[in-house]
Design a protein around this ligand. Structure first.
Ligand SMILES: [Zn+2]
Length: 676
């Protein structure tokens, strides 16, 4: 799934797009979509367009202590959290008049906010889990315990996915997992920073064992055990770049074949325990991982596996335990890993928790209050214009043959547009939320979600489903659904402002809507057909021509430095970089079409074309802490904001004309790249 942008907080928040607000008046105080005070006009736009568009913003918006990065979209997300807080505080009042939905979100939130009660329980809520692990008598029982720790990232992930070869069917899927650091590369890289981080990680694991009551010397040895097991699992794991090729993830096999691949794990016990005793076949995303896992099960002792399981239990549950656990967890994952100075206030963490576990219940209340019918219609209008632009673009491509164009258009016309929120809300009636039982609520929510995913197996795909909650400030394209999704949370100012002239709206919101469509045609998305099947619909020559153009982008971005000597991994960010460039070109075409009968005048000393591009540049205003830059360099498939701006405009002659940039300027790419 290709999302617009990731923010590395407990769940991904990101960016993008659009519009709105009929209810908003001209006296509202939100920032305009093009804010001249956010610019730095002392910078030459042909030298560094990002600094020109965003220099003022960066000066005026220091990163708040509770954030690891700060940009226009995280600001929107933060404002959205405050709105959600209002909804939750009202719903959590003991004598509020509530319906079934507000009861759940209100009681979940109240339980989370009651820090005194959570603190008083200390590590007690972990007792049943710890006892289950302590009682393990043999390695063959590990499968049984793993099945009771479904969302604690033990060993691997088990879930349902759309069948790569038949997008209408849902099948079971087993995938790599089981690590405490954010990526396998953290265990394998040898540079000084990586070694330093591994040391800090081991020290953190040790402290967590001490919080469970282990003696310091025991805890130190246990932390080494965790590191050793996780390193072996990491080495068996696929890299993020390998995982960008869907064909490399498609390995359908029978249960018996999986048992043969990974004989030391009792699969039948696991499947029976999770309620699928007669599972016939499944996809195994990363076969080598399961081989490695099996070898580790064989070579490590039962005692060491118990240590590994205890770590993952306390690690996954730490955010919902007493302050000692919460603070130690933040010290490593927030401060050391991301550079965040302070933990987010409790209300933000609890609000995110409700959004994560009861997102469509909270989303229902959010949409009622903050998302208008007009906003939905305006967003849909812009989506249609940009789709039309993409249709024209495909037809005019010089490098693609007629048969492939024909197929591309079929796919484009089949893209489903999902705007705001799902047509049918998720039913949470079977999920029990108990006021005062914080970790219990979290555990039951995890189980509910796990069961919901597994219940889909063997059934036709529900194409109305969403992967993001309505309040999310982000957007995504899903190649197996062939749909683009713009949650209500992102359809608001300042990304789009009906009071503004059209140019910056198209540069900002148009660019972000435009970004999602080419994902269906990037190096990953192009391998899926109109229905979402992994099926090659390209002629050989067209595929070669595509690859040539994609390589141009990949080489361009691989030259950009993120921090120190770390460059962008252009193979990791390729899909997003292709989407960024295609997205802005489409938005430009749609804007020209929409305003072709108007006479546009300069405003604030900027021509209409300049306003279009500054609108785009300002959608990416932001800054990031150094630690988070390093983290993103490894895990984020998106390029840093600066290059999402400069990398794109330097490929566009329309930009160079708008700012009269001379050949040889940094914002004029000598070897101009273009795919879509
Ligand atoms: Zn994207």
């Amino acid at each position: 799934m290709a999302i617009l942008r990731i923010i590395l907080v407990p769940f991904a928040v990101a960016t993008l797009l659009t519009l709105t607000c009929a209810q908003q008046s001209s006296t509202s105080t939100h920032e305009p979509v093009l804010d001249v005070t956010s610019m730095d006009r002392s910078v030459d736009p042909c030298v560094d367009f990002f600094a020109y568009s965003c220099g003022g913003w960066i000066k005026n918006n220091p990163i708040p202590p509770d954030q690891s990065s700060w940009d226009t979209y995280s600001k929107m997300q933060d404002e959205n959290l405050a709105r959600l807080r209002g909804i939750l505080e009202e719903a959590s009042l003991p004598n509020a008049s509530r319906n079934a939905v507000t009861q759940k979100i209100g009681d979940y939130y109240a339980s989370c906010m009651d820090e005194k009660a959570v603190d008083a329980k200390g590590a007690d809520p972990l007792k049943p889990g710890l006892e289950r692990i302590a009682k393990l008598n043999s390695k063959t029982d590990i499968a049984d315990v793993a099945a009771s720790m479904i969302d604690q990232n033990v060993l691997f992930r088990f879930d349902s996915i759309q069948d790569f070869r038949d997008a209408n069917q849902v099948i079971a899927d087993a995938d790599q997992g089981g690590l405490g650091l954010p990526d396998r590369d953290y265990y394998t890289k040898d540079d000084a920073k990586s070694q330093e981080l591994r040391k800090a990680y081991v020290a953190h694991v040790e402290k967590m064992f001490e919080l469970l009551g282990d003696r310091p010397d025991t805890a130190a040895a246990e932390a080494q055990t965790v590191m050793r097991i996780e390193t072996a699992l990491a080495k068996g794991s696929m890299t993020r770049v390998e995982r960008r090729d869907p064909k490399a993830l498609d390995h359908k096999m029978t249960g018996a074949e999986l048992e043969k691949l990974s004989p030391e794990f009792q699969w039948q016990v696991y499947f029976t325990k999770v309620g699928m005793p007669s599972l016939g076949s499944l996809n195994v995303t990363a076969p080598n991982f399961f081989k490695a896992m099996s070898e580790q099960l064989n070579s490590e002792s039962l005692a060491d596996w118990k240590t590994y399981l205890r770590w993952h239990l306390v690690h996954a549950d730490a955010p919902f335990l007493s302050s000692a656990f919460v603070n130690e967890n933040f010290a490593f994952y927030g401060k050391t890993l991301r550079g965040q100075q302070e933990i987010q206030p409790r209300w933000k963490r609890c609000t995110r928790g409700v959004d994560g576990d009861l997102g469509e219940a909270l989303g229902q209340a959010y949409v009622d209050k903050y998302f208008s019918h007009e906003a939905k219609q305006q967003a849909l209008k812009m989506v249609k214009e940009i789709e039309a632009a993409m249709g024209q673009d495909i037809q005019s491509l010089p490098w693609m043959s007629a048969p492939t164009k024909q197929q591309a258009l079929v796919k484009l016309h089949a893209v489903a547009n999902k705007i705001g929120y799902p047509d049918k809300w998720r039913d949470y009636s079977k999920l029990e939320i108990v006021r005062g039982d914080e970790l219990g609520n979290v555990d039951r929510s995890r189980q509910f979600e796990f069961n919901r995913q597994l219940a889909k197996i063997g059934k036709p795909v529900d194409r109305g489903e969403w992967d993001m909650t309505p309040p999310t400030v982000n957007a995504y394209y899903n190649p197996q659904m062939n749909d683009i999704n713009f949650p209500a949370g992102v359809l608001q100012p300042p990304a789009f402002d009906p009071m503004s002239d059209a140019a910056p709206n198209y540069g900002d919101t148009g660019g972000t809507i435009g970004h999602e469509l080419p994902h269906g045609f990037d190096d990953e998305g192009r391998q899926f057909d109109a229905q979402g099947n992994l099926r090659d619909w390209w002629t050989l020559d067209d595929a070669k021509e595509f690859q040539k153009r994609a390589d141009c982008i990949s080489s361009q971005y691989s030259n950009y430095t993120i921090i120190d000597d770390i460059k962008i991994n252009g193979k990791l960010t390729l899909g997003e970089d292709v989407a960024d460039l295609g997205g802005l070109l489409l938005a430009y075409m749609a804007w020209q079409q929409d305003t072709k009968s108007e006479k546009l005048e300069p405003i604030d000393g900027l021509t209409p074309d300049q306003r279009f591009f500054v609108g785009y540049g300002q959608s990416w205003c932001g800054q990031t802490r150094d630690e988070t830059k390093r983290l993103r360099a490894t895990v984020d498939p998106h390029s840093p904001e600066k290059y999402r701006t400069n990398g794109v405009v330097s490929n566009m002659p329309e930009f160079q004309q708008a700012f009269h940039c001379k050949a040889g300027s940094p914002m004029v790419n000598r070897n101009r790249c273009r795919v879509w």
